[in-house]
Design a protein around this ligand. Sequence first.
Ligand code: 2RA
Length: 293
Amino acid sequence: MTTVGIIGINGKVGQNVLAQLKKVKTPFELKTFGRNDEIPALDIAVLCTDNPVSAALVPQLKNRVKFMVDMSSEFRQTPGVPLVIPEINPHTITAHTQLIASPNCTTTGLVMSLAPLAPFYHLTEAFFCSYQAISGGGKKLLDDFHTPGSLYANNCVPLIGSVQANGHTSEELKGLYETRKIMGWPHFKVYCHTVRVAVENAHSLGVTLKAQENFDLDQVKKLWNAWPNLVYKEGIITPKEASGQEDTFICRLRADVEDPKIIHYFVTFDNLLKGAAMNGRQIVEYLLEHFFK
Ligand code: 2RA
């Protein structure tokens, strides 16, 4: 029987991945480990660990684990490590792949909206402003949010991650570089602001997207609705409804007032599910299906 191990079972990500792996229909043997436990030989290991722990574990596990799925950002830009959203680029995993990275949650929301359009439109650039939930900052930020006088209460805070030498935050640079890697578009432009808002769970993005062709709004809605785990809603949908759901939702599609090659829309999705644990589960499902039958 194929063995799947979760490493880092005591953290929030580990617990969320455990809940997700319980939904997998293909039979496998599940093992769980704390981040300091001795890890035996495994077919698949899901690393629910922070960057320094993943960085230390990956070389140690290389000879004992066939596939490693890393939920941290440590290896996302490493050449040869596929950065995978199973609805979009599962083909980047081959029998020779050993390490797979699961992407940033905010980037996931954006690329889920781009991928269905890509075969029909030559997309050239995207701008987004994010409205990111407190849960994206983990237990520490949730505790802070619930403490009287928190900066995050009744507020929006335009700083997520660390500010880099060029003035952009690490979260904003993930939006640019992870989008390029997942879509396989090294020159695609992404302009973004990432902002934390006083919403407990589910991230949102206001997106502006440009193509070389005029957009057909009815076709865009159809393409989104035909894509797995993606739903276009007439009217509005907010993070309150998206929280706890596996689908990524889009609403408020409209053409630009002056340029038919530009559209504007709103995306909302559960950052802990499609933005993290569910994506990890989908990668494991893909591996079980394609490499262990
Ligand atoms: C956040 N994207 O929301 C991050 C979580 N990895 O803070």
